[in-house]
Design a protein around this ligand. Structure first.
Ligand SMILES: Cc1cc2nc3c(=O)[nH]c(=O)nc-3n(C[C@H](O)[C@H](O)[C@H](O)COP(=O)(O)OP(=O)(O)OC[C@H]3O[C@@H](n4cnc5c(N)ncnc54)[C@H](O)[C@@H]3O)c2cc1C
Length: 311
């Protein structure tokens, strides 16, 4: 079944004569995520720049829900799609990176990999871990993304963003209220840029570390599959993948979704999975782990939108 929402873009355009960004109705979100599943966004908005984003949010009717996506490397979009507005920051307007001294400045749509490369080119060490994370800076700020012994919290100086009412804000590291794979900042904040501080280091050592990060990925994770990375957070003092393996879930399938044989905290769309298949597989894994170990796994991947038929 194809999901279609009422087209509200003519009303939004009429109410926002100075809007410069792009508004599209009923845009498929599957292509905007790594899993390649899910229904459409009622409205997809691509702001022209930060002022345009602020103008849009200020004039958008309060009752309309808003959700921002990066490159969808940590998202399951449900098959019934997303009512309201999904915002995507384009790299053209929000993807710049630059380095000065020991600080890297990056737009929220810049890929984490690019942050690592910008740091390396300026001999700034400490950001090599970003090289292996396939998301954007915006996603890293929201998720406190981390890997290979480093996380966003370790290097962030400050992040800038826009609130639901269109007001611009800046958050210092402590104000980001980072915890394991999350930030406590108001979930309606849309981050637009960040500044990260590292340590001036030998460029060769930085490159060697980035190569290590890359090799680790290639050998330990199904990075060329349609996946969402680690599905569940590691419970304190334990590893999600070990619990999943012990529960006999390695390779388990639901429809077109499968628990990766290579790394069993990764779920994979083997080709024709729906959002429902992937979410059901994840919930099945949670149940089995609970039964075998008594431990409750918590989703790290964000599940968004409505199930089919819910509209
Ligand atoms: C193969 C693979 C390997 C991975 N390995 C790791 C890893 O080692 N470590 C790790 O931490 N993660 C890993 N991930 C998960 C994922 O890459 C990270 O969570 C990443 O930070 C998500 O960024 P994104 O741009 O894709 O965000 P999305 O998946 O699009 O969104 C994730 C969350 O961030 C929010 N968000 C996105 N942009 C913004 C913004 N501008 N302002 C406010 N909120 C925003 C979204 O609303 C959503 O809540 C992996 C994923 C894959 C597919």
């Amino acid at each position: 079944m194809t999901v279609t929402f009422p087209d509200i873009t003519p009303d939004l355009k009429a109410a926002m004569p100075e809007l410069r960004g792009r508004l599209l109705a009923n845009q498929s979100l599957a292509e905007l995520t790594w899993f390649r599943v899910g229904g459409p966004a009622q409205v997809l908005f691509t702001p022209a720049d930060e002022d345009d984003l602020a103008y849009f949010l200020k004039h958008l009717p309060q009752e309309l829900p808003v959700y921002v996506v990066g490159v969808g490397s940590n998202l399951i979009v449900r098959d019934g799609g997303m009512p309201g507005v999904v915002i995507r920051l384009a790299p053209r307007a929000f993807g710049e990176t630059s380095a000065a001294g020991d600080v890297v400045t990056a737009g929220a749509a810049a890929l984490d990999k690019r942050v690592a490369e910008t740091a390396a080119a300026a001999s700034i060490g400490g950001m090599e871990f970003f090289f292996g994370i396939p998301g954007t800076v915006g996603g890293a700020l929201r998720m406190n993304a981390g890997a290979n012994g480093g996380e966003t919290k370790d290097v962030l100086v400050e992040a800038s963003g826009v609130g639901r009412d269109g007001t611009k804000h800046t958050f210092g590291n402590a104000e980001m209220k980072f915890v394991y794979r999350n930030s406590g900042v108001d979930p309606s904040i849309i981050f637009t840029s960040a500044r990260f501080r590292g340590t001036i280091t030998d460029a060769g050592a930085i490159r060697a570390r980035m190569n290590e990060v890359q090799t680790h990925r290639e050998t330990a994770q199904p990075i060329r599959e349609k996946t969402g990375g680690s599905t569940f957070k590691n419970p304190p003092g334990n590893s999600a993948w070990k619990l999943i393996d012990a529960a006999g879930c390695r390779g388990l399938k639901v429809g077109g979704a499968q628990v990766s044989e290579m790394h069993c905290n990764f779920l994979i769309n083997t080709g024709n999975a729906t959002g429902h298949d992937i979410e059901t597989l994840g919930e099945t894994v949670r149940d089995r782990v609970k039964q075998t170990s008594g431990i409750e796994l918590h989703w790290e991947i964000k599940r968004i939108g409505m199930t089919e038929g819910e509209q």
